[in-house]
Ligand binder design. Structure first.
Ligand code: HEC
Length: 93
C-alpha cells in the first residue's frame, strides 16, 4: 500500500499531537503524586495523561516502566511508585 498525501498529513498531525501531549495540564497538579509523576515519567517520553488508561492498564505500565528505569539506572523508590500509582488510579479512565 502506498501513502497518499492526505494520509501523510494525518500521520504528521498525529505525531504533532503526541509530541504536544507532554505540555498538557493534568488533574490536581499540586499534589505530591502529580509532581512526582511529572518529574519521573517525562525522562524518556512526554507525559501520558492519567485519563488515557484504566487502573488495570496503569498497573501494567508501571511494572513495565519500572523495568525500563532499572535498565537505564534511573532510581525509582517503592514509595515513589506508590504515590504515582495512587495518583494515576484516582485520575484514571
Ligand atoms: C527509562 C525510560 C522511561 C521512563 C523513566 C518512563 N518510561 Fe514510559 N515508556 C518508556 C518506553 C521505552 C516506552 C515505549 C514502550 C513500547 O512501546 O514498547 C514507554 C511507554 C509508556 C507508555 C505507553 C505508551 C503510551 O503513550 O500510552 C505509558 C503509558 C508509559 N510509558 C507511562 C510511564 C509512566 C507512568 C512513567 C513514570 C512512572 C514512565 N512511563 C516512565 C520508557 C520510560
Amino acid at each position: 500500500m502506498v501513502f497518499d498525501e492526505k494520509a501523510l498529513v494525518i500521520i504528521l498531525m498525529s505525531l504533532l499531537l503526541i509530541a504536544c501531549a507532554g505540555t498538557q495540564t493534568i488533574p490536581e497538579p499540586e499534589s505530591p503524586g502529580a509532581k512526582l509523576f511529572k518529574e519521573r515519567c517525562t525522562k524518556c517520553h512526554g507525559l501520558p495523561g492519567p485519563k488515557r488508561h484504566t487502573p488495570e492498564q496503569w498497573k501494567g505500565f508501571l511494572v513495565m516502566m519500572e523495568k525500563f528505569m532499572l535498565e537505564k539506572g534511573i532510581k525509582f523508590l517503592p514509595h515513589e511508585k506508590k504515590l504515582i500509582q495512587e495518583y494515576l488510579y484516582r485520575n484514571a479512565r
